[in-house]
Design a protein around this ligand. Structure first.
Ligand SMILES: [Mn+2]
Length: 466
């Protein structure tokens, strides 16, 4: 939690940006796993609620009445029976005071006030993503869940995105701390990887670090020898000599995330074929860091990376034809079916729930929703100082995609299907780091680099004396 002044200042600015009406920010509630009292833990507060109201407790709603310049925190105080199980929890009034909010009331009063003094006023809310909040909005505002996304306030969405997109120095410091834990998570994986160990074991150790040194994972850890599966869950399979293992994992610390990916040879040494593909991903990763700076569109960086990748895949005989035409046709998406990166902050895909179009794009840069691969771009807009984004190119060999494109002849003028056939057992490679856009360029977040240059990876893995 930051200082009281931080939250006061943020709400002031939000009021200015939204202009008029009443802003209702719903905090999250406990989320039951298999029965109400057995909830997923730790509880995850809504990030926008946290950004403006700072409190982690469940069952809270923050209201900003712009027209009357009043700020409210609604919630029910817990009673002594709850305290028996959960320990002492400050009153709602005390929680409000900690973040500079003067007015509080029990939850039942929110309904009264929404139907009373705020009945004729425009009520701004963000698109909900949890079912209980959808029911809460339906009860409170009478909007059916199926209509809530379109009824959400565009003015509020835009204001929140504008504020949360540019990270304050104290937010950057928090992300740096999360990245330190990310370093511990990934280097642990690098030291544990060896033939015979299960995917689940390595992933479990990685998760244990996130839970020991931070608040937990920022998303479900991806750890798999099937790196070509974008979100591959760790299985009970044993790591095999000669294969690659991809680890995409991050933590949340002080409410901010880290998100890194590394791909390692199970045996500790890359094969020649693996090195050839790895070095392309490495070059793409490093290229992005070289050119990302304020004023540059991340979509342009993405396509420059796609062209570089295409050039290099042509050298290997996996692609062919004119590079620009190949990228324009989307042929590169055979290998890279996702975008170069996304915003990161309190959410690992920062603010994705508010709508990618508002977060990753602007008036000038619109998404292409038609083309396979390009339609997955999360971030295309012009970069600004203070943005935190990921740089995560990858090359994947997805057998079913190869089969489908081969059968339909899709992009056949740019792809060498005979050669692709021989890569169906390859897997996938991704290298991902979190970067901060600075005044005139960008820099890595986190003080220590998780090894990613092939020589560094091999040397680091060799320090594991098993
Ligand atoms: Mn990522």
């Amino acid at each position: 939690m930051f200082s009281k002044d931080t939250y006061i200042r943020r709400r002031q600015e939000l009021k200015k940006l939204v202009g008029k009406g009443v802003i209702v920010l719903f905090g999250n509630n406990d989320s039951p796993a298999n029965y109400p009292a057995n909830a997923y833990a730790p509880m995850r507060q809504d990030s926008s609620f946290l950004y403006y109201f700072g409190q982690h407790r469940d069952g809270l709603v923050g209201v900003i009445d712009i027209d009357n310049d009043e700020e409210w925190l609604f919630g029910d105080d817990i009673d002594v029976e709850d305290i028996v199980w959960m320990g002492f929890t400050p009153s709602v009034a005390d929680l409000a005071a900690e973040v500079g909010v003067k007015k509080t009331a029990p939850m039942k009063d929110l309904t009264k006030m929404v139907n009373g003094q705020w009945s004729m006023v425009n009520k701004h809310f963000l698109p909900p993503y949890r079912f209980d909040i959808k029911i809460q909005i339906m009860d409170l505002l009478g909007i059916h869940p199926s209509k809530q996304k379109e009824a959400a306030s565009l003015d509020l969405i835009k204001a929140v995105v504008k504020m949360r997109a540019t990270k304050e120095p104290q937010e950057i410091e928090a992300i740096e701390r999360a990245c330190e834990v990310g370093y511990a998570m990934h280097t642990t994986a690098q030291l544990l990887i060896r033939p015979g160990v299960t995917e689940r074991f390595v992933a479990g150790q990685v998760d244990g670090i996130a839970r020991s040194l931070a608040q937990g994972n920022s998303f479900a850890t991806i750890f798999s020898q099937h790196g070509e599966i974008m979100h591959g869950n760790p299985s009970g399979a044993k790591l095999e000599e000669g294969r690659l293992a991809l680890c995409d994992a991050g933590c949340e610390l002080d409410d901010y995330c880290s998100d890194h990916t590394r791909t390692m040879p199970v045996s500790g040494k890359f094969t020649q074929r693996q090195l050839e593909i790895y070095s392309i991903v490495e070059a793409c990763h490093d290229y992005a860091i070289e050119v990302a700076k304020p004023g540059v569109k991340y979509m342009d960086v993405h396509f420059a990376v796609c062209r570089l990748m295409t050039e290099r895949l042509k050298e290997l005989g996996l692609m062919k034809g004119d590079t620009d035409e190949a990228v324009a046709a989307g042929a590169h998406a055979m290998f890279l079916p996702h975008g170069l990166g996304h915003m990161m902050g309190m959410d690992v895909h920062d603010m994705e729930g508010l709508g990618q179009i508002y977060v990753g794009f602007d008036e000038e840069t619109r998404p292409n929703l038609e083309q396979f691969g390009t339609n997955c771009l999360r971030m295309g807009r012009k970069l600004e100082e203070g943005f935190v984004i990921t740089d995560e190119p990858g090359i994947y060999f997805i057998p079913q995609l190869i089969d489908e494109w081969k059968a339909s002849g899709h992009c056949k003028e740019f792809l060498n299907f005979d050669k692709l056939e021989t890569y169906k057992d390859f897997g996938g490679i991704r290298i991902e780091d979190d970067i901060l856009i600075t005044k005139d360029g960008c820099r890595f977040l986190g003080t220590k680099r998780i090894p990613y240059h092939p020589k560094d990876v091999e040397e680091f893995m060799a320090t594991n004396n098993q």
